[in-house]
Design a protein. Structure first.
Length: 299
């Protein structure tokens, strides 16, 4: 692959890579450094051996971040002042590192811009908590719980077994949840439910939709009126599965919801009500006045 084409593909991945690096480091400047180092590595690599570019780059960026975290811990340094005050919005991604190096295994990248979107659930308060974790704990927690990278792929980065990596992540999760304000925890749980809903919608997975919908869920649609019951709401949702590629996580009325943004233009939103980690109500929102308050942000 020639350098010009390689540069274009790298730029396509940059938002997701920067999202990963910022969540690891809590510093926009350091995140940019990690991503730039990944480009330098890529520009010198034999790309003929890289079958999964997104996975390869995620591996490189993760290792760069791990080295930075370890160096910071050794120096007992904190992130630069003021670097955790800007929320970096990034959608958790299933596209993770394919292996410890170039490989055909692993996940293919979806839309990198979509993967760089996150409902504002992991902001400055949680970044402070993440700073208390050991480097390996932080990497494992961020890659798995924020970006949905499988344990075996994280294990390859850390040089540990998948079982040990799972334990590491579980320990980090307990520390994070225990030190995170209840409202923050609620938003994280909401985000996980919404992600599962969106993934099922994009794949036309009816059973996946039923898994996150309360049996008595209500859909309020200004055009169709009320739709009641998980099966009826799930069937209604699947009508729009082809358009799900234009749907992005967002904050809607203070809770995690979905925004409809074809070609980057916000035309509608879905507001959710939650109960017992299920979606109990869905409201389709098209009013421009309400849409102005939808918190779809790009880092």
């Amino acid at each position: 692959m020639d350098e010009a084409r390689l540069a274009v593909r790298f730029e396509e991945q940059r938002p997701r890579l920067r999202a990963v690096a910022y969540r690891m480091l809590g510093s926009h400047a350091e995140a940019d450094d990690a991503v730039q180092n990944a480009w330098l590595r890529l520009s010198r690599a034999d790309t003929a051996e890289v079958a999964n570019l997104a996975g390869w780059l995620t591996t490189v960026v993760s290792r760069e971040c791990l080295n930075m975290l370890r160096a910071r811990r050794n120096r007992r340094e904190e992130p630069f002042a003021g670097t955790t005050t800007e929320p970096f919005i990034a959608e958790p991604s299933a596209a993770g590192p394919s292996s410890a190096g170039p490989s055909s295994a692993g996940h293919d990248a979806g839309d990198p811009e979509a993967e760089a979107l996150l409902a504002d659930t992991i902001g400055p308060a949680l970044m402070v908590v993440l700073d208390s974790l050991a480097p390996a704990e932080r990497l494992a927690f961020v890659l798995h719980d924020v970006f949905a990278v499988p344990f075996d792929e994280i294990a390859a980065i850390l040089g540990r077994s998948p079982a040990a990596t799972r334990q590491l992540t579980s320990r980090a999760r307990r520390r994070v949840v225990g030190a995170t304000p209840p409202r923050q925890v609620d938003l994280v749980r909401q985000r996980q439910v919404v992600q599962a809903f969106l993934a099922a919608l994009r794949h036309g997975d009816f059973d996946g939709l039923l898994a996150v919908l309360d049996p008595d869920v209500v859909l309020r649609d200004g055009d169709a009126g009320l739709v009641r019951g998980a099966r009826a709401v799930g069937a209604r949702a699947l009508v729009f599965s082809r358009a799900a590629r234009f749907v992005r996580p967002a904050l809607v009325d203070g809770t995690v919801g979905l925004a409809i943004v074809p070609q980057g233009r916000l035309i509608g939103a879905l507001g959710f009500t939650f109960g017992h980690d299920k979606i109990t109500a869905i409201e389709m929102i098209g009013d421009p006045g309400r849409l102005r308050h939808v918190g779809l942000l790009v880092g």
